[in-house]
Every structure is written in structure tokens, then in C-alpha cells.
Design a protein around this ligand. Structure first.
Ligand SMILES: C[S@@+](CC[C@H](N)C(=O)[O-])C[C@H]1O[C@@H](n2cnc3c(N)ncnc32)[C@H](O)[C@@H]1O
Length: 302
């Protein structure tokens, strides 16, 4: 298991050195080595033994602030095969998919292993994350990233190479998290793996994928009504009287869908909501009136 990321810097730790312009370089501390930049060098031995949040001056006189990277920093900077889940979405997945300490979680595809790290942190040593990845080259990248992050193999992690819908062997799992092109192809396999009351969460990039996965979950019959949402993160510039949203933001990452597994043999209750205008051809032609705004559920709890 990883060394706890606190206390003075140790040999083998990754350290983020941030220069006065906010440029970040990550180094792995090794006794006797030097960190080199065009602003001069800093001996690793000066950093080893210092508390986090220390400032080091390079031989060229530039000051660098030193912290261990947070998982959000690591996930955005680690080597990639496939695109990674952004930290804002990983946060939503951990919360809205209700990933808890000790949970048994299936994940596909593992991609670059970013979401795997968040899931492993959430389930802890006594949980289980069983990741599936159809591409061997991406699985190798995911394994390297996860093991680098945790400082070695994680006792709660298993990685299987193959397409989830063909090779899923886990049963009695609490949660399934899908980040892949066609999650609707996995709905039946996921239904077989989940316990009653379990939850599937799919992360998709486009509205067409969103539609297909939601309709696929509904048609399957083993799931309660899916809940679909996205989050937008807007950072702020706060300086004196200039307090405003930053001019730039990441406008789109993906959509999330969650759905609970029903008990075997239970049919989902008939939907009481009338189809929204445009949901079907008949509704689009005005045969079915729009539901009143109060009939729309603001959250899946209501
Ligand atoms: C967007 S990436 C996942 C990124 C990952 N969540 C992360 O944060 O690093 C999607 C991955 O799903 C894999 N994939 C697609 N369909 C799959 C399937 N049916 N079973 C397993 N893996 C699949 C792809 O090879 C790709 O690596």
C-alpha cells in the first residue's frame, strides 16, 4: 500500500515544483540527484526532509514552491492512452454512484486508470475494484499509472483485459461504473453482476450516447428509472475589486447517468410522467400536452 502522503518529503516521493509563473514540474526525489531547469538547479537532497509547502531557490535564483501532487494533479498529468475522466466528473461519480469504503465495484474501460485511482481511494483496502479494459496497450498504461500513484500494486484492484460484455465474471457487485463508447452494449452483463439495490453509472461524451444508454436501461427492465445530469465547473478570478468568473472554462466533458438495480422479477413501476413534447412523434405533433413544470422532478430523490 502507498506511503501516507504526509510528513516531510521522502526519497521516492513525487513533488510538484511550481515556479513564479505558475508552471509546474513534477520530479521523483532521489538522493544525490539534481532538479534541472533553465533557471538553474535544485539538489533533491535539499528537498528530502523538508516539510511540504517549502520554497526552494534554484542556483539561478528562481524560487519554487514544493508540494506533493494531489490526485487531481496526478490524473491530469500522468501518461495517457485514452482520455481521462476529469476530476470534477470523478468527484460526481464517487458521490452520485455512492462509492463507499468496502464497496465491490466493477469499472470499464480502465482507459488510462485515472478513474480507477479515484475508485480505489474511495473503496479503500477492504473494498474491491475490478477493472476491465478491452485494449492491452491501454491496460498496460492504466496499470503503470495506478501502481505509480499507489507506490505499487493495490490490494483491492484487479485488472482484466477484454470487453466487459464478453468477459465480466464478477457477481454480487455493489456498483458498476462505465466510461466507454457503447455502454448500452453492456446493460445485460451489468444487470447480471449487480446486486438488487446496486447502481450502474455511465459516463458518456455525447447526447446520442446519453439517449442510447438511458433507453437501453429502460428497455432492459432490471433497472429503476435512470437519472441523467452533467456538471459545469466555473473557476473565479478573485483579486481586489476584480472578482468575476474566469474568462475561460472547460465547457463540456461528459454526461452522467445513474440507475438502480431492481430485485429479480420485479417490473419497474409504470412511468407516471407524460412524454415531454418531442419525446415521441405523437407528442411532437401536439397530441400529448406538455407536463406542468411541477411534474418534472428536480432531483432523483423527489
Ligand atoms: C475514455 S476511456 C476510459 C478512461 C478512464 N475512465 C480514465 O479515467 O482513465 C474508454 C476506454 O474504454 C475502453 N472500452 C471501450 N469499450 C469497452 C468494453 N466494452 N469493455 C472494456 N473496455 C472498453 C476503451 O478501450 C478505452 O480505453
Amino acid at each position: 500500500m502507498p506511503k501516507a502522503p504526509h510528513g516531510p518529503f521522502r526519497s521516492g516521493d513525487r513533488v510538484q515544483l511550481t515556479d513564479p509563473k505558475g508552471r509546474v514540474n513534477t520530479v521523483t526525489l532521489q538522493p544525490g540527484k539534481l532538479y534541472h531547469s533553465h533557471k538553474g538547479s535544485i539538489p533533491h537532497d535539499e528537498i528530502i526532509g523538508s516539510p511540504e509547502g517549502s520554497v526552494f531557490r534554484s542556483s539561478g535564483g528562481t524560487e519554487y514552491l514544493a508540494f506533493r501532487p494531489l490526485l487531481a494533479d496526478y490524473a491530469l498529468r500522468m501518461p495517457r492512452g485514452a482520455a481521462v475522466v476529469y476530476p470534477k466528473d470523478a468527484a460526481q461519480i464517487v458521490t452520485m454512484a455512492d462509492i463507499f469504503p468496502g464497496a465491490r465495484v466493477v469499472e470499464a474501460g480502465a482507459g488510462s486508470g485515472a478513474l480507477t485511482c479515484w475508485l480505489l481511494r474511495a473503496v479503500g483496502e477492504h473494498g474491491m475494484v475490478s477493472s476491465y479494459e478491452r485494449r492491452q496497450d491501454f491496460a498496460d498504461i492504466a496499470r503503470a499509472n495506478v501502481e505509480t500513484y499507489f507506490g505499487g500494486p493495490h490490494p483491492a484492484w484487479r485488472l482484466t483485459v477484454g470487453s466487459l460484455e464478453d468477459v465480466l465474471t464478477d457477481t454480487e457487485v455493489d456498483r458498476v461504473v462505465l466510461d466507454m463508447l457503447a455502454p448500452w452494449e453492456c446493460v445485460d452483463a451489468v444487470a447480471k453482476a449487480l446486486i438488487p439495490g446496486g447502481l450502474v453509472c455511465a459516463y458518456v461524451a455525447t447526447t446520442t450516447q446519453l439517449s442510447r444508454v438511458v433507453e437501453g436501461l429502460r428497455e432492459h427492465g432490471a433497472f429503476a428509472e435512470p437519472y441523467s445530469f452533467e456538471t459545469l465547473l466555473r473557476s473565479w478570478h478573485v483579486e481586489g475589486l476584480a472578482v468575476r468568473p474566469d474568462h475561460r472554462m472547460v465547457g463540456h466533458t461528459g454526461f452522467l447517468v445513474t440507475a438502480r438495480r431492481l430485485a429479480d422479477g420485479v417490473r419497474p413501476p409504470a412511468r407516471r410522467r407524460r412524454p415531454a413534447k418531442g419525446a415521441t412523434e405523437a407528442a411532437a405533433e401536439g397530441v400529448t400536452p406538455d407536463p406542468s413544470p411541477s411534474a418534472e422532478d428536480p432531483t432523483p430523490m423527489d
